[in-house]
Design a protein. Structure first.
Length: 278
């Protein structure tokens, strides 16, 4: 999938409303906000460029991400095996850290959807993309994807590239009615920083578990429980920057015990909390 180009020693954590990136020489990572019509469905665009070949990690985030490489290419690395990715692709929600490698001189436009924004552009259930990075042609018309790829390669400014991606998205905007119950569910999960029981969600929303989970998975991309876990993980990341101890952070975020905390954290980052904080 087309994600931002970040050197190996730097890790990107992208919560729903923030991008955290260390300053790196020869790297560009700039956020741009969408036009008003797209704003309810897209948090922001990012223009990322890196002059160096780099291997880097991406942590789980709360929304789907589309990427267009207008120069250079990207690979995903799993179990030391590298797989080439399409120049235009999409990555679904994930419950584990992912490793990518870019060629030197890469340039990428990233589209960070809101938690249920993707459903406004495609009839493909978001959960079918869980833990996957696939070509954008599996979601949208091949000719439409090829057209925007060609125009992006010819564009000379970031403003032109952002406009081309916005035009592509506007052509696919469906203007369907938003599922307000799922919107409220997402709000409640954020309100509790992910530390909320699904049974409590069902009770507060006056809906039984089975139909709720089906609607949630289709729009958000994973189960309510897994989504809440991703939100809690990102809340933990925010807490690591303060002076609190790992024990305090563990219980502040309602982990049952230290072992559970360490297991979850290692799944999402590949490191223990202690090693990561150090």
């Amino acid at each position: 999938m087309q994600v931002a180009a970040v050197p190996a020693e730097v890790v990107v954590a992208v919560p729903a409303v923030a991008v955290v990136v260390a300053e790196v020489i020869n790297m560009k990572f700039e956020k741009h906000f969408p036009t008003e019509r797209l704003r309810p469905f897209i948090h922001y665009f990012v223009v990322s460029e890196n002059e160096l070949e780099s291997e880097y990690k991406i942590f789980p985030v709360a929304g789907l991400v589309i990427g267009f490489q207008y120069k250079g290419r990207l690979k995903t690395i799993q179990n030391k095996i590298a797989t080439n990715l399409s120049a235009a692709g999409i990555t679904g929600l994930a419950d584990t850290v992912k490793t990518f490698k870019n060629t030197a001189g890469i340039g990428t436009i990233l589209v960070y959807f809101t938690e249920i924004g993707f459903a406004q552009f495609s009839t493909v259930p978001a959960n079918e993309l869980f833990n996957l990075s696939v070509s954008l042609e599996t979601i949208f018309d091949k000719s439409a994807v090829s057209e925007v790829e060609e125009k992006l390669a010819e564009a000379t400014t970031d403003k032109q590239r952002i406009k081309l991606v916005e035009q592509f998205l506007l052509r696919h905007l469906k203007n369907i009615q938003t599922d307000k119950l799922i919107v409220e569910a997402v709000r409640l999960i954020y309100q509790q920083k992910g530390a909320i029981r699904i049974k409590e969600l069902n009770e507060r929303l006056f809906i039984s578990q089975s139909p709720f989970e089906k609607r949630f998975r289709k729009l958000v991309g994973t189960t309510p429980k897994k989504f809440a876990s991703i939100i809690r993980f990102n809340a933990v990341l925010d807490s690591l920057g303060n002076s609190k101890s790992l024990t305090e952070i563990c219980y502040e975020h309602n982990f049952f015990d230290q072992a559970h905390f360490i297991k979850d954290f290692k799944q999402y980052t590949g490191d223990t909390p202690e090693k990561f904080k150090r």
